[in-house]
Design a protein around this ligand. Sequence first.
Ligand SMILES: [Zn+2]
Length: 209
Amino acid sequence: MLTAIGDVMRKCYDRGWITTRDGNISLRKARSNTIYITPSGWRKTIIHPEHIIKCKIQDNGIVVPEGIKPSGELYMHFLLLNNAKSTRAIVHVHATNIVSAMWAGWDLQQVSEEFPEIYRYTRVGPSVAALPAISKDLALATARNVDIKPDGSYDFDIVGQKNHGVCAIGPDPWTAYEHIERLEHICEIVLKSGVKLEDFNIKQRSKRV
Ligand SMILES: [Zn+2]
């Protein structure tokens, strides 16, 4: 599964969802206190298992080996992995059409309700406000919107992070990737359709009356 981390990174790069040094992926295996995470600043197109950093969860915190620089989003990954009861992977990238749709003001949850190809398989959470990358605020808001519970369960497989990217959760890196792929695909469809946000919102309001 460590190999999948690099493979997913390369796929995300090929699809234009990250520039060379963006994005981060982590993994925690069942019954293990080790978090595997991509390094900071490294070219993500050449990530292989030997480049992946191992951090330990200890006393409800995370221990980073001396002199090692894991992804700047480590805290966000930690919050999403801390109470996981089974193997779990987190993928954070800057999926173009999702970020574009949020930038244009689309509500990802409302849009997803219109397309079975996503709502049948992927639970889309409320988007996170525009917060600085690698900040504690972004990490906390992402965990809150994913709705991580104290028992480690969660309500949403993916959330958008405005002016930035997405964060997806799955039992392995490829499953998390698929959540991103589905949301990215419907955002592309919506943006290409030419339908105006105001018209969509009017339709939504009339549905609710
Ligand atoms: Zn990012």
